[in-house]
Ligand binder design. Sequence first.
Ligand code: ASP
Length: 312
Amino acid sequence: MNPIIIVHGGAGDIPTSRVKGKLDGSKKAAIAGHEILAKGGSALDAVEAAVVSMEKDEYFNAGYGSVLNLRGEVEMEASIMCGKNLDVGAVTLVKDFLHPISIAHKVLTDSPHSLLGGEGAKIFALDKGFNTVYPGSLISPHAKKALDDFLKHGEFGRTEIGALNKADVGTVGAVAIDINGQIAVATSTGGMSGKAVGRIGDTPQIGSGTYADNLIGGVSTTGHGESILKYCVAHNIVKLMENGLDANTATKKAIDDMTSRLNNTAGAITLSKNGDIGIHYTSQRMSWAYIKDKKIYYGINHGEVFEEQHEL
Ligand code: ASP
């Protein structure tokens, strides 16, 4: 099987000034993951590498650059899933670690549990040798400004489409299939600007933010977390594919249905076990990139697909 990786850099009302940074960062992340796949590496390692690349990049709402809660703090969440045996690892309410996705991957491989939160996630991470970063060092100037804007203009609880996307949300995610046909998915986020302290969204919840099953495919989602988790969007898309829809039709149906039922926006990237791609979002923009058959494809606006040759 030819390996394939697809990434997203978050759905939302992305200002034009952030478009280039998100596109460049999404391409870089897809390349980082694809390098691992091309050497025969696993889909799990590839999706982790792609997400790590975006967690380091201030253009994304994950790791450094995560948006801030009402107390002005970073509280991050991440999940990862292996489609072979449905193993999962997830963390939530994580502070002061640059790469929550790597901790989630360790939960998958080294913990009897699926989801660790807050103090417990920190104890686990320290025990596994992850280093904390200096308190406050994950806060970017852009995230500070987004919280200030939210405090001035934000109205949590409004449900008009796009209302909660003004604060430049933008989770990151990756879905890959390796040369052995193994599928893995990873998703990581800082959540939403101005969220309550202790708020947990869709990203660490398996079936909402992330789902992978070698027998069907894999999905990573982004957008309004409270809506995505009510609709179990990632699992919903996988089930639609199991019932015969192709990756793109299933992705479009689940995201459109969620938006019309709950009046909030979301996006998702999907890869079927046959290597078919699904990309759909109801927000104004969502950056995405994928590498398939020596080509890299990418875009951020509706109907837009750029294509370049990608040789290793
Ligand atoms: N889904 C994320 C959350 O609600 C936000 C995002 O995707 O931008 O936490």
